[in-house]
Design a protein around this ligand. Structure first.
Ligand SMILES: Cc1ncc(C[n+]2csc(CCOP(=O)(O)OP(=O)(O)O)c2C)c(N)n1
Length: 659
């Protein structure tokens, strides 16, 4: 192997050697432990260490690096203490996830590392977010994120590269091309020849390097990072390498031709570099022995501490609480009595504008939200007031933008991501339910992101511009969900959602935008998340609802004046106000849970079940759900009216009143 040491000193080369030797020695030890049944699962990086180690050592220590499952060398080179690392592998509480996630699925802000979620590709956009935050703060930093050749087939790869290119984000996309994705060889994974062909297609400079040559990796990343700090832009580096063991240790290597192992064994990144240092007399055999002894002692000590640490004791309360970043909401009252009549849409805009003034770290992202003002004109005029850096038009990349929200949060920023229509959130679903929602529970990193969701039917917009999809998220611990039904709540809940450091899904009904208005405070204020509002107090029947359901219930109340309605607007769906639900059930004993979402698996099912379990003695009749038909949302107005639950509400009320 040809090592071009350029101007690098002996000490730098020795540091690289120590760096690359450590993960190799840990891996060799892990293989023994695996055979002894002391470690359960292991993704080996043997043969690929030069990429992890060379990359980390080329960066500044406070520059973020985002590794995947084969990058042990990232953790060791960032000097993560081995006892904690091994404790992490064993599910011990002294690891980085309190035993909640395995292997390399963790981050450590102390070490400027963000670990992966299993889905691989989502990691790439998080790097974009970190780089964007640094860019906005003029920090002159780069972020480096890894992808395998297999993971690069995911749509997330395309989105992350595209956004990084359009926004000139200083991200190094390091593609470890080892020829296989699990058992699938490259020719069954993609058709192009080299990843370097992909860079220019996105407008990104791309380089190919020998991933087994640590000096080449180190030198290339150093130069790239140096140039990118001064002239921010992304870069793609394709590191050609080979995986010397199976995908993970239990899965074997039968599908890999033997001659490939023989060919790549000659290119071993550790042995070749060691030989070079010996040949050049930069190190002596004795010195190498000394280095090995030192690393061995460190490994054994770390292992001993980790093995001696007991498995975590279970504390149910702690498990539940850690799903969220602790946050004591302080409800803020408006500073004066000044009020103005505002439509629902203006109330949202007002809240967003005041939150932008209050939080300089808040960044808005969404399609067409800049000069155009968003398709519903909620951010009209925002660019003039706050500038394009904070009011960002995004490419059509929902997944990447949500991942960027998490990356920004890691850097202490807040973001609001506008879905053009709630329906399109399906393209970013994975980032929300697996990355944003679980991040705090897994490694203590909150995702300070609000996702605005223009939702709902009644506008004859068909199956893909009308859905109520709050239930998709209701089932995901780690998220909060709010859903205002009035201008007053729309502003107060949006401000509260932005204040909250957790990921909040904010549903806003499109049909309400311009159809209702109300006098609301001019000043900034918030509403308590998790608190329902009693719309009218009554004694005959409770209607527990939210969003458009509140208006349907109020209308029916006006029509059925002989019945005393108790209408409860939940306002927050996650968490929802169990106390208020119990109180309404106690007042009437007859309950309808009403929502615009379809019946099966809707939120009404959960609330009904809870009432059945916890308020049985208060009931005079069956808890009844009224919801949309279990179909897609149809386009033609007569079909849509039949789909929606409004016209079935009266009949249900009459039925329940008969009990
Ligand atoms: C979305 C998703 N699909 C499938 C998997 C299962 N899986 C884990 S790693 C892997 C192969 C990844 O190959 P590559 O990106 O080339 O990385 P390598 O393992 O070769 O380092 C697969 C299919 C997954 N983790 N996530």
């Amino acid at each position: 192997m040809n090592y071009n040491r350029k101007e690098y000193s002996d000490d730098e080369l020795i540091a690289l050697y120590k760096g690359i030797l450590k993960p190799r020695m840990i891996e060799e030890r892990m293989l023994v432990l695996l055979r002894q049944g002391k470690v359960s699962k292991w993704f080996s990086g043997i043969g690929q260490e030069a990429i992890s180690v060379g990359s980390v050592m080329a960066l500044e220590s406070d520059e973020y690096i985002l590794p995947l499952h084969r990058n042990l060398g990232v953790f060791t080179s960032r000097e993560v203490p081995l006892d904690r690392l091994f404790a992490q592998f064993q599910g011990k509480k002294t690891g980085f996830t309190k035993g909640r996630d395995r292997s390399f699925h963790f981050g450590s802000n102390e070490h400027h590392i963000v670990g992966m979620i299993s889905h691989l590709g989502p990691q790439l956009a998080v790097a974009d977010g970190i780089a964007l935050a640094d860019l906005l703060d003029n920090k002159e930093k780069v972020a480096l994120v890894f992808s395998g050749d297999g993971g690069a087939s995911e749509g997330d790869f395309h989105e992350a590269l595209n956004v990084a290119a359009v926004w000139n984000l200083p991200v190094i996309f390091m593609i470890e091309n080892n020829g296989y994705g699990l058992s699938t060889p490259s020719n069954e994974q993609f058709k192009f020849k080299h990843f370097t062909d992909k860079g220019p297609a996105y407008g990104i400079d791309a380089l190919q390097i020998d991933g087994n040559n640590i000096v080449e990796v180190y030198d290339t990343v150093r130069q790239a990072a140096y140039s990118m700090r001064k002239n921010p832009r992304p870069m793609l580096i394709e590191a050609i390498t080979f995986r010397m063991r199976g995908h993970e240790e239990a899965s074997g290597t039968k599908y890999v031709p033997q001659e490939l192992f023989e060919k790549w064994a000659k290119k071993d990144p550790v042995e070749n570099f060691e030989k070079y240092l010996l040949d050049e007399v930069i190190l002596t055999p004795k010195a190498i022995e000394g280095i090995r002894e030192e690393i061995k002692a460190e490994i054994e000590e770390g292992l001993q501490t980790a093995f001696e640490t007991p498995m975590p004791e279970v504390n149910r309360q702690e498990e539940l609480e850690d799903m969220y970043r602790p946050f004591e909401q302080e409800v803020i009252k408006p500073a004066t009595d000044a009020k103005t009549e505002k439509r629902y849409v203006d109330a949202i805009s007002d809240g967003l504008r005041q939150s932008m003034e209050r939080y300089p770290e808040l960044v808005l992202m969404g399609q067409d939200i800049a000069e155009y003002g968003g398709v519903f004109k909620i951010t009209e005029g925002f660019v003039d007031k706050f500038g394009k850096e904070r009011v960002r038009n995004t490419p059509l990349c929902e997944s990447a933008i949500l991942g960027i929200g998490l990356g920004m949060s890691i850097k202490g920023k807040k973001s609001m991501v506008e879905m053009q229509f709630a329906d399109f959130v399906s393209c970013g679903f994975n980032q929300i339910v697996n990355n944003l929602a679980k991040s705090h529970y897994r490694w203590g990193q909150n995702a300070d992101v609000v996702v605005r969701m223009p939702t709902g039917a009644g506008t004859a917009a068909g199956p893909f511009h009308s859905q109520s999809n709050e239930a998709w998220f209701f089932h995901t611990p780690g998220l909060k969900i709010v859903y205002p039904s009035s201008p007053y709540d729309a502003k107060g809940l949006l401000n509260a959602a932005i204040e909250d450091p957790n990921p909040v899904m904010y549903f806003e009904h499109k049909l309400l935008y311009r159809s209702i208005s109300q006098e609301i405070p001019d000043d900034y204020y918030t509403i308590e998340i998790g608190k329902a509002k009693l719309v009218t107090e009554g004694s005959d029947i409770s209607i527990i609802t939210y969003g458009m359901g509140v208006h349907w219930a109020k209308q029916l109340q006006q029509e059925m004046t002989d019945i005393s309605f108790d209408i409860l607007d939940l306002r927050s769906l996650l968490p929802w106000d169990k106390e208020a639900v119990r109180e309404t059930v106690a007042r009437t004993g007859r309950v309808i849970v009403l929502h615009e979402d379809t019946m099966t698996g809707g939120i009404g099912g959960e609330i009904s079940a809870w009432i059945g379990e916890n308020c049985f003695e208060l009931l005079d009749g069956p808890v009844t759900r009224v919801a949309s038909l279990d179909t897609a949302v149809p386009f033609a107005p007569p079909l849509e009216q039949e789909f929606l639950p409004k016209q079935r509400l009266r009949e249900k009320v009459e039925r329940i009143m008969a009990f």
